[in-house]
Design a protein around this ligand. Structure first.
Ligand code: NAP
Length: 358
């Protein structure tokens, strides 16, 4: 088969580097163009990711893929859309707004930024969780008179929460959720928190994060009806913190349900979803979408982040929650740069390709 030609915008950043890795030898997609800011434009990729002291700042495990080493990083305006089938965008949201608007006029855009997430005709997609909402992309195209569309992923903290809530909501009717996150340093991007700021420390506030988690969770778990997403009827409260962990977000969750649930029922539920999840068999899908642990010492970032190459969501510490008549508490782990951004975006690309949207 002819591979789809893709460009990565923001290819030098924290998520962009993960995209480079996730698309290495991909069976369906081939990276043919890359772009970043004016600072990097015109340089070959290796020079573009050197820091001020000349050290190559490659933040992804393993070697830098050969295919990208001598590719020239372009300015956004030098990207040739006539030679592309798809754009992956990994740029901060203010810059992303103009960039994604420009590209969506001609091409499908899959984005890790928040620029378009809260618009009425834009679904926030997690492959395997709300694939049916992808139909809204057709409405978006028509509304905006675009040839393409923008399909954003959620914020990386919403991802694990929505993934673990979906089966509970469908089978046991989740009503209220309280979550405290312990988020990795890499979630802040390459210019995020400083080593001095985060070492021996916990930062109890991440700007705008909690509002994003509240809005996005309800939208993702909502229903597409008559061309609109009706938010899920669920109350979400959260506290988002930054902790000295390199990759992977851990979250402590309390959920009140309508029907009675216990840890054994939850274990069976996630096991059933593993068998029926829509993404099974796609190139970037993990063997198990959910990992469920009875061992009370799991999840731990150092142990979970490599499971399913960062695409498995791990659940542990599951107990009946006495605060509610019916409900559970649990902890989850979700890899912010894999399922929560770049590789999750590639999986989304695969799902949308299978649906004939790319
Ligand atoms: N980090 C995560 O775990 C994570 C998870 C989910 C979603 N996200 C979202 O993904 C996006 C990228 O995040 P990140 O962590 O990768 O950020 P980052 O490390 O700061 O990287 C930003 C990238 O965007 C490029 N860029 C900045 N301004 C640009 C412009 N005006 N035109 C073109 N390129 C520009 C940068 O190029 P230069 O190198 O040339 O400056 C760099 O390649 C953000 O919207 C973020 O919120 C991040």
């Amino acid at each position: 088969m002819d591979k789809k030609r893709v460009a990565i915008i923001g290819a030098t950043g924290s998520v962009g580097q993960e995209f480079i890795q996730s698309l290495n030898n991909h069976p369906w997609f081939e990276v043919t163009q890359i772009a970043a800011s004016e600072r990097s434009a015109g340089k070959n990729y290796l020079d573009a990711i050197k820091d001020a002291s000349g050290i190559i700042a490659w933040d992804v495990g393993g070697e830098i893929p050969e295919y990208v080493k001598s590719m020239t990083v372009r300015k956004v305006e030098d990207i040739d859309t006539s030679q592309l089938d798809l754009i992956f965008s990994a740029v901060e949201s203010v810059a992303a707004r103009d960039i994604e608007t420009k590209f969506a006029a001609d091409l499908p855009v899959i984005s890790t930024s928040s620029a378009y997430r809260y618009e009425e005709d834009v679904p926030i997609l997690i492959p395997g969780i709300n694939d049916d909402q992808a139909e809204l992309l057709e409405t978006q195209k028509k509304n905006r008179n675009w040839k393409g569309w923008v399909a954003p992923l959620p914020n990386c903290t919403t991802t694990g929460l929505a993934i673990t809530l979906k089966p509970l909501l469908e089978k046991y009717g989740a009503k209220k959720v309280m979550m405290t996150s312990m988020q990795a340093i890499s979630g802040g991007g390459k210019s995020g928190v400083s080593a001095m700021g985060i070492t021996d420390n916990i930062i109890p506030y991440i700007p705008k994060e909690e509002g994003k988690v509240r809005l996005e969770t309800k939208k993702i778990l909502g229903k597409l009806q008559d061309g609109k997403i009706i938010d899920a009827d669920i109350k979400v409260s959260c506290t988002c913190t930054r902790v000295p962990v390199i990759d992977g977000h851990t979250e402590s969750v309390f959920v009140e349900t309508s029907e009675d649930i216990d840890p054994q029922k939850a274990k069976e539920l996630y096991g059933e979803y593993n068998k029926q999840i829509s993404v099974v068999g796609l190139p970037s899908a993990p063997k198990d979408y959910y990992a469920f642990h009875d061992d009370p010492t799991r999840p731990q970032p150092r142990m979970e982040r490599a499971v399913g190459d960062g695409m498995t969501t791990t659940i542990g510490r599951v107990e009946k929650e006495e605060l509610f008549d019916k409900g559970l508490k649990y902890m989850l782990f979700s890899h912010n740069k894999k399922m929560g951004s770049a590789k999750g975006a590639v999986l989304l690309g695969e799902m949308l390709y299978k649906k004939g949207k790319i």
